[in-house]
Write a protein that binds this ligand. Structure first.
Ligand SMILES: COc1ccc(-c2nc3ccccc3n2[C@H](C(=O)Nc2c(C)cccc2C)C2CCCCC2)c(OC)c1
Length: 233
C-alpha cells in the first residue's frame, strides 16, 4: 500500500488555489435573502442575473490566481472562462444549497427556488445535482480544486492549445486525488465520485440558456456580461 504524500510544491499550489477561492467569494449571501422572504418571479430573475453577473466577475479574479493561467494564450483564457462560467455558477449554487443550515432551512430554500420562476422541467436535474454535491460533504480545499479543474478543462470549444491547458489541469488533478485518499481513506472511490460530478455539471450546461428564457415572466433583461457568457439574447 504505497504511502500517499503531498509534496511541498503541491502544498503550495493548493494554498494558492484555496486562498484565491476563499478571497473571491460572492458579496451578499443570496441564501439568507431567499430565506427572509418569497420574492416575485421578476424580483427572483433580477436577483439571479445580479448573482450571476457578480459570480462571473469573481470567477475571473479567481482564475487569474490559478498558477500558469495568465501565461496561456489570451484567446484560450477567454475560451476557458466562457466555457466554465455556467458550471462554476452551478457548482457555487450547489455549495450554497448544501451548506449546513438550521433545521428546516434547506427545505424552505428549496421551496423558494422551486417557486422562483424557473420552469418545472429543470428542477429535477438541478436539485439532483445539488443533492449529489451535498452527499459528498466536500471540504473547502476540494471545492476550490474542483472549481479550478472545471475551469482548466482542455476540450472546451475554441481552445487552440489544449496541451497547455492539460499541463495546468494535471497537477490540480494530482493533488486533488492525493487529498481525497488522505481525507477519505475509507472511501477509495471518493476521487472518482468527485470527477463524476463534473460530468453531471456539463449536462446542466445544456439546459441553462433555456432555464433563463423559460423563466415565468415576460421581457427577460440580461446584463451585457451575461449575454457574453450565457447563450441568450
Ligand atoms: C439558471 O437557473 C438557475 C436557477 C436557480 C439557481 C440557484 N440555485 C441556488 C441554490 C442555492 C441558492 C441560490 C440558488 N440559485 C440562484 C442563485 O442566486 N444562484 C447563484 C448564482 C446565479 C451565482 C452565484 C451564487 C449563486 C447561489 C437563486 C437566484 C434567485 C432565485 C432563486 C435561485 C441558479 O443558480 C445557478 C440558476
Amino acid at each position: 500500500k504505497e504511502k500517499v504524500k503531498i509534496t511541498k510544491e503541491q502544498q503550495a499550489l493548493m494554498k494558492v488555489v484555496v486562498e484565491a477561492y476563499n478571497r473571491h467569494q460572492i458579496p451578499q449571501d443570496v441564501a439568507k435573502k431567499l430565506l427572509q422572504e418569497q420574492y416575485s418571479e421578476e424580483e427572483n430573475f433580477l436577483l439571479l442575473t445580479e448573482m450571476a453577473t457578480s459570480q462571473v466577475q469573481v470567477l475571473v479574479e479567481f482564475t487569474k490566481n490559478i498558477p500558469g493561467f495568465l501565461s496561456l494564450n489570451h484567446e484560450d483564457q477567454i475560451a476557458l472562462l466562457k466555457g466554465s462560467a455556467v458550471e462554476a455558477m452551478f457548482l457555487r449554487s450547489a455549495q450554497v444549497f448544501s451548506r449546513k443550515m438550521p433545521n428546516g432551512h434547506t427545505e424552505v430554500l428549496e421551496e423558494r427556488i422551486r417557486k422562483s420562476g424557473i420552469s418545472e422541467e429543470f428542477m429535477t436535474p438541478m436539485f439532483n445535482f445539488y443533492k449529489s454535491i451535498g452527499e459528498l460533504h466536500m471540504m473547502q480545499e476540494e471545492q476550490a480544486l474542483l472549481t479550478a479543474i472545471a475551469i482548466l478543462t482542455p476540450d472546451r470549444p475554441y481552445v487552440k492549445d489544449q496541451q497547455a491547458v492539460e499541463r495546468l489541469q494535471e497537477p490540480m488533478l494530482d493533488v486533488l486525488r492525493k487529498l481525497c485518499v488522505l481525507q477519505h481513506p475509507q472511501e477509495p472511490q471518493y476521487f472518482a465520485r468527485l470527477l463524476g460530478r463534473l460530468t453531471e455539471l456539463r449536462t446542466l450546461n445544456h439546459y441553462h440558456a433555456e432555464m433563463l428564457t423559460s423563466w415565468r415572466m415576460n421581457d427577460h433583461k440580461f446584463t451585457p456580461l451575461l449575454c457574453e457568457i450565457w447563450d441568450v439574447e
